[in-house]
Unconditional design. Sequence first.
Length: 347
Amino acid sequence: MTDQEMIDAAFQAIGTGSKEDYKIQPTVHAAELAAKAPSLAAILNRAQFSVLAEEYERRDRESIEAQKAFKSTAGQANWAVFFTTLFSVLLLVASPLAAVLKMHDKTLLVVFGVGGIICGGVGAMWLYQVREGKLLDAWMNARASAELLRKQYFEAVTGAHAGATVSHLPDLLLQFEYFRRYHFDPQVAYYDRRSADHRRSAARVLWATGWSVALASISLGLAGFLGGIDPRWSSAAALGTVATAIAAFASTNESVYQYRRNCEVYSKTGGALRLLKSRFDDVRSSAIAGQPEAVHQFVDTVNELLIAEHRQWLALAQDVQPALARLDDTLSRLKPKLPGAVTAAGN
């Protein structure tokens, strides 16, 4: 076989994934490759690699569960603080609203007051769970452990000796194609998708913040105009507080999920990985020639890029704590105002 025929055969044996295929499950790879690449499957079946694969998948699952727990609880807390602010504002405009809706003032005061108290209570509960449960730390630690295990697994596989196995294709070439298919390609797909997701989320945050600025300006104009007709409508200026609450909600989402900065980091890392594709042919030729140094150097380069990105991600995650502290502070300032706001509005 010519070099190109061996490269084509190895590529076909290992295969390629779709852009949506970035979930790595190395425990099933040996069975999937047994027919087309039996020598590689024999390597993957060794206890040294199967144990690493199982441990990686376990830590990866823990990381995903920890991520869901943190994002869900922090998101619910953010919504609770927003609605607590909203109900506190509604208390200020309860009187003119009651006149428009032809309802008794006290009915709206009770509804808005109770709603604010409930939202404040559940918001405090969710923030307590995030803080005392150390949900962010649990996610960070599990993700860091999973990333380290994945790195160790693929370094070990690409550095393994085939032993006495017989194959019509160079084992080193198959090992490189395995790294390409199950580590390199999924990472490129992951960074492309996540950068696009963060870009869309950042655009939504910008849209919400922009409309909050518009609402703040409109509320001041309405308060001046309607207040001249009926003094009770001067309280329409309180809608400016709703605008502030919307802006704070969007800002907290940005701080917790780091949309813009993650988009930038993921985009740069994905671009750097795509540029490395130009080295594929050289690495494949070296693998056919039995020169493992080129394969190991390529693997190390990819892993260094991923480690650098992960360090940036961990550094950005530190900005989440101040955002959660601001949520807690906002809730602490709002809760005492709810009963007082009821009394003032009732006068």
